[in-house]
Design a protein. Structure first.
Length: 444
């Protein structure tokens, strides 16, 4: 049975969720305060790069099953289930998450709820937020107790957002056990197609559901920083972190995924989520429990510095006037997101140290230029690398992984390459005459 759904927020999370819900057969209205974004979405255009999303979006905008508005009243009148998919960025100058956008959805939607409604929060929030919002909602909604709020954290990865939305590996629904209401039932109706496929469906209290999300991201961040810490030891001792990760990854308890050593993690989630988690633990008086995350953050940030130091060393001690081609600006491939991107951070640091940096990224150039207008942006790999004294691969896009070392050798000024993501076939580059520097490898 199709449900009538609204999704507040049309960023990476909200737009994908709205399109995904339409794909599941529901009738969906997406809401955002940004009229320019809504105009694009109404035309079936996605305001950011996410593989496969524009097809799904366009299909359902055309069928009429998916529409967009800036008017919350329209959503309140139309939908029975409302999702919150707005951002919770890091506060300026603080570790804590900025809750203003999530709070604004409740403050706006609550007073418009004149008939029973279920609200499911998807945004990543500090533990305790859902209980606070549920109370507030009951106070301000004309339907009172019939405005019921649960938490349904999202685990999608950018670059795989459509796939992760339609085929999640688990569904988590947080409900206040004192007031279960109709929340679980509503979630079961919305996600019926996934439940038929036996997708694990975990119902918890509100606090646990919020903690599941931040714990998952904290664990992933820890795994990446673990291997990057080991990479530092490899660099100092002559070990090879790739062989090491392969070997420990065979242990099923450890697993090979997220043991990719390199420039470390970035993006709009992992960095700010571990910081917000530490900040919240501090408020709860258990900051010691998460002190290790400070080290996870430190190891991660050191990777960027290490890359800049390595670059300085391999060009002979000074970056002044050195032409460096930085391949990649996005925080990871299949994304145009440059939020807290290690690639862009490295490019910016090299530039500040006097290097003539030329950046090329297949998708993220516009976003990168908005943050770092003083960098030079090239149109292609060749354009970035022509005459370069050093090439740095900072994001593992497919087109970088398959570059021909022989062809590129003829274009650059000096055949030196730093593989910041350990994504190149190193032996081929060495055989083609390049000085190859990996991360956590003999040469790095
Ligand atoms: C992350 C989580 O993986 C999702 O499950 C979660 O839903 C999402 O955050 C979120 O909270 O919204 P995402 O930020 O899209 O997803 O990206 P990841 O694939 O997790 O990669 C994060 C960063 O870690 C990237 O910069 C990537 O290059 C880096 N990384 C990843 C490594 O440095 N090494 C690895 O082995 C894996």
């Amino acid at each position: 049975m199709p449900e009538r759904i609204s999704v507040f927020g049309t960023g990476y999370l909200g737009a994908t969720h709205a399109a995904g819900m339409a794909e599941l057969g529901h009738e969906v209205i997406g809401v955002d305060i940004d009229p320019a974004k809504i105009d694009l979405l109404r035309r079936g255009e996605v305001p950011f790069f996410e593989p496969g999303l524009s097809d799904v979006l366009r299909r359902h905008v055309e069928s009429g099953r998916l529409r967009f508005t800036t008017d919350p009243q329209e959503a309140a009148d139309f939908a029975d289930v409302h999702f919150i998919g707005v951002g919770t960025p890091q506060k300026k100058g603080e570790n804590a998450a900025d809750m203003r956008y999530v709070d604004a959805v409740i403050e706006t939607l609550g007073p418009l709820l004149t008939r029973p409604a279920v609200i499911l929060g998807k945004s990543t929030v500090p533990v305790g937020t859902a209980a606070r919002l549920a109370d507030r909602l009951r106070d301000i909604a004309p339907v009172g107790d019939d405005a019921q709020l649960g938490w349904n954290p999202e685990f999608l990865r950018e670059g795989f957002a459509v796939q992760d939305t339609l085929f999640p590996d688990r569904l988590v629904i947080g409900v206040d056990p004192q007031r279960p209401g109709r929340i679980e039932e509503a979630a079961r109706r919305v996600y019926a197609a996934m439940l038929e496929r036996d997708t694990p469906f975990i119902v918890t209290d509100l606090a646990t559901s919020e903690l599941v999300k931040v714990s998952a991201n904290a664990f992933l961040a820890t795994k990446i920083s673990f291997i990057n810490a080991i990479a530092e030891v490899c660099e100092a001792s002559g070990g090879d972190v790739i062989a090491l990760a392969d070997a420990i990854g065979h242990d099923e308890r450890i697993g090979r995924k997220f043991l990719g050593a390199g420039l470390g993690f970035g993006g709009g989630c992992l960095p700010k989520d571990i910081r917000a988690f530490m900040a919240r633990a501090g408020e709860l008086g258990v900051d010691q429990a998460l002190t290790f995350l400070r080290e996870v953050d430190n190891v991660n940030m050191r990777r960027r510095e290490h890359a800049v130091e390595l670059a300085t060393r391999v060009v002979g001690g000074s970056l002044s006037g050195i032409h460096v081609a930085v391949l990649g600006a996005a925080f990871k491939p299949q994304s145009d997101d440059v939020r807290d991107s290690p690639a862009l951070d490295v490019a910016g640091s090299l530039h500040l140290r006097g290097a003539d940096v030329r950046v090329y990224d297949p998708e993220a150039m516009r976003n990168a230029a908005a943050i770092w207008p003083t960098l030079t942006f090239a149109d292609s790999i060749d354009d970035a690398c022509r005459g370069a004294d050093l090439v740095i691969v900072a994001t593992e896009w497919g087109e970088f992984k398959t570059m021909d070392p022989v062809v590129l050798a003829a274009a650059v000024g000096s055949t030196r390459i730093i593989d910041g993501r350990n994504c190149l076939p190193s032996q081929e580059w060495i055989d083609a005459g390049w000085d190859y520097y990996g991360m956590g490898r003999h040469s790095g």
